[in-house]
Ligand binder design. Structure first.
Ligand code: ADP
Ligand code: MG
Ligand code: MG
Length: 197
């Protein structure tokens, strides 16, 4: 578990850093063009803490990473992803089984919804996180979860943005993938890649 957590932090942070340009491009279309640099800054700070995180219990490590994201990311996504990681850390027991992980992930998403005053269908990260959480809870395979994540991000393209900066564009937000939905997919794929090896 400890070793898996270290590989998860390594892979998730590296994938987000590598995707910074793509995320910024998506945010340039319907936001202020900083999602890639915001997430890169936060994940580089988490990666810099890796040795420290590896010495902590999984829940404590996630809480610490979440606090780092809140402090370093800035923008709407900082407190939202920070809340996701912190709540996940708080809810995850010492040796969670799959059902325990599913419950903790569902609780973390509820905390994001409360923080963002948001729901699914508003063209945000929740449009990926919520269906993935439902799939995890319902016993879907890792391959099915992977497919649901990527389809859910694609499904944000025709949506009208109701939350976040993209909502300022009104109808012009239609036709572009939500940047936060894409960063969520990248993190979920990173997790699945680690779990499948
Ligand atoms: P900012 O919009 O402040 O520049 P980012 O560009 O880093 O912050 O993050 C934008 C992403 O944050 C959006 O693509 C969306 O997925 C997510 N987001 C913004 N507001 C909310 C909200 N209220 N609830 C859930 N997600 C949100
Ligand atoms: Mg932005
Ligand atoms: Mg911004």
């Amino acid at each position: 578990m400890q070793d898996t957590m270290d590989r998860l932090f390594e892979t998730v942070t590296a994938r987000i850093v590598a995707a910074a340009e793509e995320l910024t491009e998506l945010d340039s279309a319907i936001g202020d063009g900083d999602h890639g640099s915001n997430m890169k800054r936060g994940m580089e700070a988490v990666a810099a803490d890796r040795a420290k995180l590896a010495a902590l219990a999984p829940g404590e490590a996630l809480k610490t990473a979440g606090m780092t994201l809140v402090m370093k990311v800035g923008g709407a996504s900082g407190p939202l992803y920070g809340t996701l990681f912190m709540t996940l850390g708080k809810e995850l027991g010492a040796a969670p089984d799959r059902a325990g992980v599913a419950r903790a992930f569902a609780a973390a998403i509820d905390a994001v919804k409360a923080r963002g005053k948001s729901e699914t269908g508003q063209k945000t990260m929740l449009d990926v996180l919520v269906p993935v959480s439902a799939a995890l809870s319902s016993g879907a395979s890792l391959a099915e979860i992977r497919e649901i994540a990527s389809k859910s991000a694609a499904a944000t393209v025709p949506m009208l943005a109701i939350r976040g900066r993209a909502s300022f564009l009104g109808e012009r937000s239609i036709g572009h993938m939500d940047p936060g939905a894409r960063s969520s997919v990248i993190m979920i794929e990173a997790v699945l890649d680690v779990l499948e090896t």
